[in-house]
Ligand binder design. Sequence first.
Ligand code: NAD
Ligand code: UDP
Length: 321
Amino acid sequence: MKRKKVLITGAAGFLGSHLCDRFIKEGYYVIGMDNLITGDLQNIEHLFGLENFEFAHHDVSKFVHVSGKLDYILHFASPASPIDYLKIPIQTLKVGSLGTHNLLGLAKNKNARMLIASTSEVYGDPNVNPQPEEYWGNVNPVGPRGVYDEAKRFQEAMTMAYHTFHGVETRIVRIFNTYGPRMRLNDGRVLPAFIGQALRGEDLTVFGDGSQTRSFCYVDDLIEGIYRLLLSDYAMPVNIGNPDEITIKQFGEEIIKLTGTQQKMVLRDLPVDDPKQRRPDITKARTILGWEPKVSREEGLKITYEYFKSLPAEALVDKEH
Ligand code: NAD
Ligand code: UDP
């Protein structure tokens, strides 16, 4: 039987590389596409040389060409951490809008099913907690985070339009904070920031008073949810995340305990429009996909810490601050 062929954009990034692994394991032919703006080929170098993997170095905001048949597209290319998208705001807007448009055009031409990586950021600084998919969000379009949030909201709207007007098979996953091996130690997100600080013997920088909440999902759980959603027949957005909500201060305490660091937490200014609370309502994922997270934060953090500890010493140098 001929292998199903899948295009994964953002393949050299944190989530994209784990998706490549999963689809290779399931026996697909995988094309990993990336322009390496925030990604790293090291995340997928173990796949080079496999007969069912190829890498394409390409910016998906420019016309995307794939030869032959194509069954699935997973669009994960986009800067994803606040410091990344604040540094490259225009590219962030372009990959969410022009990139998504290019890939939807490709999906239409190839009669492929396309899944897009949306985000809990479409809910902005939410006024309801937990957030169900029906919540329309509270986003400041002209604030610093607007470049990411609005790109993702446009991405959802464009995807729905291709579904409705062109009959393209589409899926939308709204991903909540996810962590695990292959995150960049210096990407500014809270988990690599805290673990990096602990490993370097620095204080942990808590933004604001640390009372804001997040709900952290281990990467393997997320990938399972995405895989199930892709193969389901549900075209409306689905939240995938772990509803175990925690304040950032409590999270800092957990990292101090995990790493055994002698350092303490220090307070820094809260970034503009930083959401005060975030927790997914996963009723849809539970009922439609039969999915729920399996990995506890204690277990997931241990695996992730071991990964960061195993990196060469130069990876610890904080080049960006
Ligand atoms: P990441 O930065 O590790 O990976 C993104 C990848 O996309 C990188 O390899 C980067 O080089 C590539 N890329 C960016 N712009 C591109 C372009 N124009 N053309 C080709 N490649 C490009 O980030 P991640 O955490 O793996 O996030 C992946 C996707 O998941 C993003 O779309 C992000 O918005 C979404 N998401 C992630 C999370 C999370 O917690 N990790 C939460 C919500 C949504
Ligand atoms: N945060 C923090 N210290 C850091 C980095 C982040 O206190 O060094 C906070 C940040 O202000 C936010 C939370 O941790 O309230 C999660 O931040 P992250 O950038 O990981 O993700 P997002 O804000 O996109 O959920």
